[in-house]
Design a protein around this ligand. Structure first.
Ligand SMILES: CC(C)(COP(=O)(O)OP(=O)(O)OC[C@H]1O[C@@H](n2cnc3c(N)ncnc32)[C@H](O)[C@@H]1OP(=O)(O)O)[C@@H](O)C(=O)NCCC(=O)NCCS
Length: 158
């Protein structure tokens, strides 16, 4: 299986929103406040993606979008892989590219926030060489203002 990475383009918006919506529940249901779950409707993912395309890199398997990362400055904001491509190396390829982008952005350390209860993601980051760096409340952005989410910060030298 060949994995290709490239910068996202506007035409990827539907695929990115589908994977984001499909995976958000896996990592967040039961791990974030109910108030945030109510705001993160299916439509909300399609609403938010177009403005995030410039920050997004997609992973292709064949010509199918199998996952994506969003990187802003030194933060890896999102890492998502579609259900059928988990456990296949797509996530590793995306996370490695995210670290490369953080370095290219002029930083020597990357960071990300993961919901405290998102066990699969936390194991994935730890296996990839990221270090847990303490618990904190991440302000999830909503139209009604930030909602604090209990998270752990992970860091990695890049
Ligand atoms: C997080 C994510 C990108 C990781 O990619 P992946 O391809 O699933 O990664 P892996 O298959 O390497 O799995 C990571 C670890 O979780 C373990 N795992 C597998 N299935 C699991 C499950 N159902 N529950 C908990 N852990 C699980 C794996 O064994 C592996 O641990 P190991 O390295 O100690 O064996 C992917 O699962 C995903 O998109 N999840 C939903 C979105 C999300 O939560 N993103 C992160 C937001 S911060």
């Amino acid at each position: 299986m060949t994995i290709t990475l490239r910068a996202a383009v506007a035409a990827d918006a539907h695929a990115v929103a589908s994977i984001w919506y499909g995976g958000w529940g896996d990592g967040h249901f039961g791990n974030v406040p109910d108030e945030l779950v109510e705001i993160r409707t299916k439509e909300s993912f399609w609403d938010r993606v177009p403005a995030k395309i410039p920050d997004t890199t997609v992973a292709l398997v064949g010509d199918e979008v199998a996952g994506f990362v969003m990187v802003v400055a030194d933060e890896v904001e999102q890492v998502y892989v579609s259900g059928e491509h988990r456990g296949s190396g797509v996530a590793d390829a995306l996370l490695a590219d995210a670290a490369r982008q953080v370095k290219e952005n002029g930083h020597d350390q990357a960071w990300l926030a993961v919901a405290a209860g998102n066990a699969r993601a936390r194991r994935f980051y730890e296996r990839a060489g990221w270090t847990e760096n303490g618990a904190f409340d991440y302000p999830a952005v909503t139209d009604d203002g930030p909602i604090p989410v209990a998270c752990h910060r992970y860091v990695r030298k890049v």
